[in-house]
Design a protein around this ligand. Structure first.
Ligand code: FEO
Length: 170
């Protein structure tokens, strides 16, 4: 059983995860338009990851006898200056998501809701990985600069990314 306050916060988090998917879908579309198929693949895999995060919270709310409430999804940006700009915006967005997860943990601690605290641990670890991945790619893009060959090599690397469904927790 979860409180109404936790239920509302988890529903907000579902919305943020689905918005994340929408944002990365927009980045995937933009990089596909530029002909960077590897970047487009990386963002498309990110979309699947974000939807799986939303589903994980959706299932948890249901399992805890709560009511899932879906909300409107904000329109994402569709124009970006460069691949570096996209990854800097990605990192910025992930930091926002990390803050949101941390606030959820704070609320669960305040309410002595141990199950939700345990459930959210997976997301805390996931956010470390997400921010680390973005930082790695930002470093590479800064190193590459305006070198077209370097960008194409990175495009090939990002094209190899595959989706690994998250393992069940709780
Ligand atoms: Fe679901 Fe990228 O955080």
């Amino acid at each position: 059983m979860i409180s109404k306050e936790i239920e509302e916060a988890l529903n907000q988090q579902i919305n943020k995860e689905i918005y994340s998917a929408y944002l990365y879908q927009s980045m995937s579309a933009h990089t596909a338009f530029l002909g960077l198929k590897g970047f487009a693949n990386w963002f498309a895999i990110q979309v699947q990851e974000e939807l799986s995060h939303a589903q994980k919270i959706y299932d948890y709310v249901n399992d805890q006898g709560g009511k899932v409430k879906l909300m409107a999804i904000e329109q994402p940006p569709s124009e970006f200056e460069s691949p570096l700009d996209m990854f800097e915006k990605t990192l910025e967005h992930e930091k926002f998501v990390t803050k949101s997860i941390n606030e959820l943990v704070d609320l669960a601690i305040k309410e002595n809701d141990y199950a939700t605290q345990i459930f959210l641990q997976w997301f805390i670890t996931e956010q470390i990985e997400e921010e680390s991945n973005d930082n790695d790619i930002i470093s590479k893009l800064k190193f590459i600069g305006k070198d077209g060959n370097g960008l194409l090599m990175l495009d090939k690397e990002l094209g190899a990314r595959i989706f690994t469904p998250p393992t069940a927790v709780v």
